[in-house]
Structure formats: C-alpha cells, structure tokens
Design a binder for this molecule. Structure first.
Ligand code: AMP
Length: 404
C-alpha cells in the first residue's frame, strides 16, 4: 500500500496545530501551528522535520479554511501537499465524543451530526473541531477523515465513577456526567508505562498524571480507565495553569448572589483566571519555581496548593485501584518539572512510593523510571505523544478499512 502518511489536525477556536507522519515507521515528516486565526496578526510556523528547517509567515489569516489552505501550501513546498497520493487519511482530535464515541471513528454525515449534537457539553471545543473537519473535507473530499475523541478512553469508567450524585432525571436530561478528557494521552501513557515495566497493559495498574497547562489524573486498571479527574468539562480535578479544578459548587452561587457576578464572568474566572495564574499571576511552572527559589511567598503558596491537590488524587486513585504498579508523570510539567514530581511523591513511602533524587534530576525525552530500585511501586516519567497516538489510531482504522 503506497498511501502511508497521516496528517493529524488539532483545531482550536483560533488555532490549528498539525503534524504529518509516515506510518511505515511512525516518523514525523513535518509539523506546525497556525495561531491567532481571524486576527490581523496571524502566524504560521512550519517545520520540515526531515531537515529541521523552519519557516514563519506573519499576516492576516481570516478563518480555518484559509489556515488549512496555508498549511497545505507550506506542505506542498516540501513536496508533502494534501493532494499527495501518499496521504492515507486525516486524523482529527475531537474533544468531546460524549457516550456515543468509544473508539476512533471514520467521519461521515451522521458522525458530524452527533459531534454537533454534543456542542452543549463542549461549547468551546467541538465547534472548532467541526470547522477543522469540514474544511479538511472540502480540501480533500475523497480522503478518509477520522475523529479521535479525547473522551473515548474514559468511556470504560463504571457508573459509580462516571455519575455525579445529583438527581438522576435532571442529570440524564442534560447529559450531565463525568466524561473526562486528555484520553488520548492517558491511553498512550498507560500503555507506554506497561511497556517500560516490560509487561502487557492488561497486567498493570497505573496512575497517570497528565500535568500540562491543563492537567488531569487517571486510574487505569489493566489498560482500562476506571476513574479520571476531569468531569463534564475539563474544569474539574487538579489545579491547572488557569483553571481552578475542584471546588465547592456553592462557590458559584455565592459569587452570583453575593459577588453579583454573571454566569459568563464566573466561567471566565474559573477557567481562565484561576489555578496557578489566579493564585500567583504566573501559569508557567518554570517561572513559579524560579520565584519559589527566590523566596516568593505567593509562588510558594500556589506551588503548595498544586502539590496538595495532586497528592490527594494519587491517594484517591491508589484506593480506587487497590494495587498500583506505577505512577506515571507526563506532559509539560510532568515531563520537565522535577521539583513537582519530588514534592508530589514525598511522604508516600508507606504506599511503596519514592523518588530517587539522581534519577529524577536526569533530563531526557525517553520514558524512564525515577523510583529507587527497591521501590514497591514504579514511579516513571513517560513523555506523551498525542499526535502519534491519533495518527496510529487513524491509520489502523483506514488501513484495515473497518468501521466506515
Ligand atoms: P503542555 O500543556 O503539556 O504543553 O504543558 C505546558 C506547561 O508545561 C507550561 O505552561 C509550563 O508550566 C510547563 N513546562 C514546560 N516546560 C517546562 C520546564 N522545563 N520546567 C517546568 N515546567 C515546564
């Protein structure tokens, strides 16, 4: 089969990220980003990974259609255009698949209608994902397009973990339940952690800590997710770069009744102005650590709250799983911030968890263990690769031609 390339598209409300991979050897050929779509100061950054050469283009890009056309032109300059017969499929990251989509799915009109039906539970993400899909379809109507859902990995959660304890009828009427997000990453990292331990995914129980600007934890038993920290939306759970994570829902009534704030103002407060940035004015862990090292008390408090919440989830998921084989750190903070890993695991020796200072200090892009040799539970750093996972799932689907 000559068509072995997959283009992975991650369409946000004002950005498109892309990667082109060759699935014969999972090699990345090109990647890039279009930012600030719809503004005068849009930017396209394209890198040809086979040579490492980058090109940047600045100027207005009106909409997603123009953005994808610009991406296609950049790829074409490198002989990798969307019209290439070697392109097998386009894989789209779709944030919300609800309860409907438990697996990657070849996109047709019925699939688009269902993604659209889910907009009320993902008002920020699904419309942008849909625009990206429709634009890509217009450019290559003959090409299979596959949706890979952020929620899919979590659809194995039992009802006891997926339900909120609210009136059942109201919950069902409004499709209120815990869906979870970052599923592609949790799936990839839990599998890669089993591999690192030299075991099959079915044999191991893993707590995955995806700590990026958004952050979530999951409890994975034998390769299947049994609980995760994000819920109806990505707001629940851990302290994040700009999101509060867990809080008493009554805080919202209080802000409305006593603070006089509107629904939209509270939404913005909790999603964009809370978490690390709300606590100390910075959401980048590098900057927070620099300030902590200088004795900055606000940064220290933000760090402490972040770690406290993380520890609570490690403990909770330990209890949910009963037996834990590994705790895996991933994403921007999890892969890079050794003080976060050290602090999150500190004091958990009774649970068989410990971090070796020297191993933890090693900087590497490879999956690695950071627990001491004698530790009962492995602690690992496992770099996530959502694009590779989306490409692999997309290619697996179109290469065998099922589920169309
Ligand atoms: P992500 O969402 O996975 O791309 O993660 C982005 C976040 O990772 C940034 O906001 C930083 O807080 C964090 N980060 C990235 N690099 C480092 C680093 N070298 N040390 C500490 N934190 C980092």
């Amino acid at each position: 089969m000559s068509a072995t390339r997959v283009l992975v598209l991650n369409s946000g409300s004002s950005s498109v990220k892309y990667q082109l991979l060759d699935m014969r050897d999972s090699r990345r050929l090109a990647m890039g980003l279009v930012e600030r779509i719809g503004e005068e100061t849009s930017r396209l950054k394209h890198t040809l990974l086979t040579t490492g050469d980058s090109r940047e283009w600045n100027g207005p890009i009106a909409d997603h259609e123009a953005a994808l056309k610009a991406v296609s032109e950049e790829l074409a300059k490198d002989g990798l255009g969307l019209d290439s017969p070697e392109l097998a499929a386009i894989g789209h990251r779709v944030v919300h698949g609800g309860q409907t989509f438990t697996e990657p799915t070849v996109i047709d009109e019925a699939v688009l209608t269902e993604i659209e039906r889910l907009i009320p539970v993902a008002p920020l993400h699904n419309p942008a994902n849909l625009t990206g899909i429709r634009t890509a379809q217009a450019l290559r109507p003959d090409l299979p397009q596959v949706a890979v859902f952020d929620t899919a990995f979590h659809t194995t959660m039992p009802e006891s973990a997926a339900r909120y304890a609210i009136d059942l009828k109201t919950a069902d009427e409004h499709r209120i339940r815990r869906y979870g997000f970052h599923g592609t990453s949790h799936a990839y990292v839990s599998r890669a952690t089993a591999e690192l331990l030299g075991k099959a995914p079915e044999e191991v129980n893993v707590i995955v800590l995806h700590l990026g600007n958004g952050a979530s934890a999951s409890a994975v038993r034998g390769g299947r997710c049994v609980d995760t920290s994000m819920g109806l939306t990505p707001l629940e759970g851990l302290v994040m770069g700009t999101r509060s994570g867990d809080l008493d829902p009554a805080v919202i009534f209080h802000l409305m009744r006593v603070g006089g704030m509107s629904t939209d103002e509270i939404d913005t407060l909790l999603n964009k102005k809370s978490g690390l940035i709300g606590l100390c004015g910075d959401n980048d862990m590098r900057e927070i650590r620099r300030r902590v090292d200088e004795g900055d008390e606000e940064a220290q408090l933000a760090f402490d709250i972040y770690i406290h919440r993380l520890k609570k989830y490690i403990g909770a998921y330990y209890a949910v799983l009963g037996r834990v084989d590994a705790v895996a750190f991933t994403a921007g903070v999890g892969e890079n911030a050794s003080p976060v890993r050290e602090a999150a695991i500190a004091g958990l020796e009774e649970l068989g968890l410990a971090v070796d200072g020297e191993l933890n200090a090693v900087r590497s892009g490879e999956p690695r263990l950071i627990s001491p040799a004698h530790a009962r539970v492995a602690v690992a750093v496992v770099p996530t690769d959502e694009e590779l996972e989306i490409a692999a799932q997309t290619y697996a689907l179109v290469a065998v031609g099922k589920n169309s």
